[in-house]
Write a protein that binds this ligand. Structure first.
Ligand SMILES: N[C@@H](CCC(=O)N[C@@H](CSC=O)C(=O)NCC(=O)O)C(=O)O
Length: 311
């Protein structure tokens, strides 16, 4: 059983509130875990709001998306709360967990470890799908947990897609991702993570933690949006760490059309949060010529989820 929440800080933002909490996490071996929660204006016990969970990438904490993602303004306008979890347990003290930036601390890969070396601490899958919603419920926060969706960036995009596609309880109504690691059993980051965290390595990961494998077996209708930077500016795309084309091909081969799985290639952007929080003037479809209005990719994704969270 996880212990009670402690409020670390609270800031007014977009007429709502962004709050940092910490608590002792049972899924993360009893370690102290942080998360940020944005609560939009107007949320109250009699007006509970839907929850969108944002999963960040390698080396990030619960702060990267909250501070750099440009999500809070559009979430405030849409009346959607955003949960920003951390990306791994912190301070487990496992030998080797702080050697590389793409494995261990800051690189939990949104899975439940089965290798006994990591299994007591590295359980980000349960932390996000079960423990954090339970903590929010127990604390009486004004969130309607029957309406949840999930999105993320890079490793967090992998997390968003796999949590969405693997959930037998259909916990999330929609998923979206910025530059996700879309076929991790076929890229160096994924191979390294799965070989380390999972007793059965990459083979074990195919069942539950690879979005391309999961979409190829999906039968139910899905609601997925992906934006990725397709040019030479995204080093990780160039290195073959992301492989969004594999995901797109598997989705189309399985019969999902562009209304169910929309994958948009965006030229010229790199892998940073400038991609997430900006949209170029070249994207004519988002320019309302009456009142010049340019939305960011972040806004697009919030609006995408609002379609399902507010239905
Ligand atoms: N330290 C690394 C670069 C790490 C990096 O770029 N992390 C990305 C996510 S990559 C995939 O999950 C990130 O989101 N960084 C945080 C940020 O605020 O930009 C290196 O040395 O290359």
């Amino acid at each position: 059983m996880s212990e009670a929440l402690e409020k670390v800080s609270s800031n007014r933002a977009f007429e709502g509130e962004i709050i940092k909490y910490k608590f002792k996490s049972a899924t993360l071996g009893g370690l102290s875990a942080n998360f940020n929660l944005f609560i939009p204006p107007g949320a109250s016990p009699t007006n509970k709001v839907p929850l969108l969970t944002y999963l960040a990438g390698l080396t990030c904490t619960e702060d990267n998306g909250a501070q750099k993602g440009a999500f809070l303004g559009p979430a405030a306008s849409q009346g959607i709360a955003i949960l920003f979890p951390d990306t791994s347990p912190r301070g487990a003290g496992i030998e080797g967990e702080d050697v590389d930036w793409d494995f261990g601390t800051g690189a939990g890969f949104y899975l439940n470890a089965t290798n006994s070396k990591y299994a007591a601490y590295y359980n980000m899958y349960s932390h996000i799908t079960l423990e954090l919603p339970q903590i929010i419920e127990t604390a009486g926060l004004p969130i309607d947990l029957k309406r949840q969706s999930v999105f993320g960036h890079s490793m967090g995009g992998h997390g968003a897609l796999t949590l969405y596609l693997s959930s037998s309880t259909k916990q999330y109504r929609s998923a979206s991702a910025f530059s996700p690691i879309a076929n991790p059993t076929k890229c160096p980051w994924g191979e390294k993570a799965f070989s380390g965290y999972l007793q059965g390595g990459v083979e074990e990961a195919k069942e539950k933690y690879d979005a391309t494998e999961l979409i190829s077996k999906s039968k139910d209708p899905v609601h997925i949006l992906i934006d990725y930077a397709s040019g030479t500016a995204d080093n990780f795309y160039k290195q073959g760490q992301l492989l969004p084309e594999n995901f797109l091909k598997a989705a189309r081969d399985s019969g999902f059309d562009e209304f169910q799985v929309r994958v948009r290639s965006q030229e010229g952007y790199d892998h940073s949060y400038y991609f997430v929080s900006e949209k170029s003037f070249r994207s004519a479809s988002t320019i309302d010529t009456g009142v010049v209005k340019i939305s960011s990719f972040a806004t697009d994704h919030i609006h995408f989820h609002a379609n399902f969270l507010k239905a």
